[in-house]
Design a protein around this ligand. Sequence first.
Ligand SMILES: NC(=O)c1ccc[n+]([C@@H]2O[C@H](COP(=O)([O-])OP(=O)(O)OC[C@H]3O[C@@H](n4cnc5c(N)ncnc54)[C@H](OP(=O)(O)O)[C@@H]3O)[C@@H](O)[C@H]2O)c1
Length: 257
Amino acid sequence: MAFTDYKTALVTGASGGMGWAIAERLRSKGLTVYGVARNEEKLKELQDLCGVIPLVGDVSDTEALTKMVEGLEIDVLVNNAGVSRPGSILTSNAYDIDEQIDVNLRAGLQLCRLLLPGMMERDRGHIVNITSMAGHYEFGGHIAYHATKAAMHTVSRQLRVDAFGRRVRVTEVSPGRVETDIFAKVEKIDPAEANRKYYEGFEIPQTSDIADAVEYAVGAPQYVNIGMIELLPTLQVPGGLRTGKRVGDDVILTGNK
Ligand SMILES: NC(=O)c1ccc[n+]([C@@H]2O[C@H](COP(=O)([O-])OP(=O)(O)OC[C@H]3O[C@@H](n4cnc5c(N)ncnc54)[C@H](OP(=O)(O)O)[C@@H]3O)[C@@H](O)[C@H]2O)c1
């Protein structure tokens, strides 16, 4: 198990959802874990639960991020913090586009820039990027989200090229729907309503399933790089084909299911 080789981890977006579960799991494997997020209260809760060290801040603030990680020797970096906002290019607003680029893409790149050199020097490191099925498939309505997740897919591949020759591994974990608070935030609705709409009655992976995937990749022997894990609900299948026929102003759709 490579866990014996690693001493420290930094997980962004550790105040809830997948980040919380991943930070808790890495902690249970004996690593010193730093958790980054804006919600100080939730980070304190996680610290009381299992000793994850809070780093309170906004990942889109590059200056703050730089100060936050200064002097830290991080073996495992998990770029997990993410925001999703609805909107095709016709309906997106400027703020939502910028926020998704800043949090989902820019922060990940900056953290890699700040922490990869140390990993290279120590000849030991692992970067885990939590992307999304939205980075690989088009299902409409979240253009900036799709774009940033596709970009982090590319970043994950490119990092392996940049780190070539050192024992630094890179894993992309690409989830489908997972039960967290993200949909309540996307739609700006009450978590109970989001729960009814997106989770109740569905067979949906839990944050512990994502932590299992991260544990598998990080715990693999050091000579093994798990490049990508796509983790979807069994009953969630992307794909299909639509072909439209214009009849006046209407579009009649045909295609398979
Ligand atoms: N849930 C899903 O169905 C799903 C599917 C595919 C991919 N994903 C991806 O999985 C990752 C985790 O999502 P989740 O479902 O666990 O979401 P979540 O429950 O909404 O948690 C998001 C986390 O990101 C943090 N975050 C957001 N903006 C931040 C900022 N500016 N600075 C610092 N931290 C920030 C939040 O912390 P604070 O608000 O405290 O800052 C929170 O800890 C995301 O990258 C998401 O895109 C989720």
